[in-house]
Design a protein around this ligand. Structure first.
Ligand SMILES: [Zn+2]
Length: 69
């Protein structure tokens, strides 16, 4: 399951912080969580499995300086 940024088409995302906004709550009801494009930094939403995968990737990136930005 790959997500693409609707702004720049990038598939590189990072987890974004959840905010108690109407939009985020509506998305959460659909079991979608906020992520941020690593390329253009626009917010997007993805399903929980992808969100958790991104979180793990982010944490395991600790030693590598593999930062596209
Ligand atoms: Zn983007």
């Amino acid at each position: 399951m790959t997500i693409y940024c609707r702004h720049c088409g990038s598939s590189e995302f990072r987890t974004s912080r959840f905010r108690f906004q109407a939009l985020d709550l509506a998305q959460l009801l659909l079991l979608r969580l906020p992520v941020r494009c690593a390329n253009c930094h626009e917010r997007s939403f993805t399903f929980l499995p992808q969100f958790l995968k991104l979180r793990r990737a982010h944490h395991s990136r600790h030693n590598k300086s593999h930062d596209a930005a």
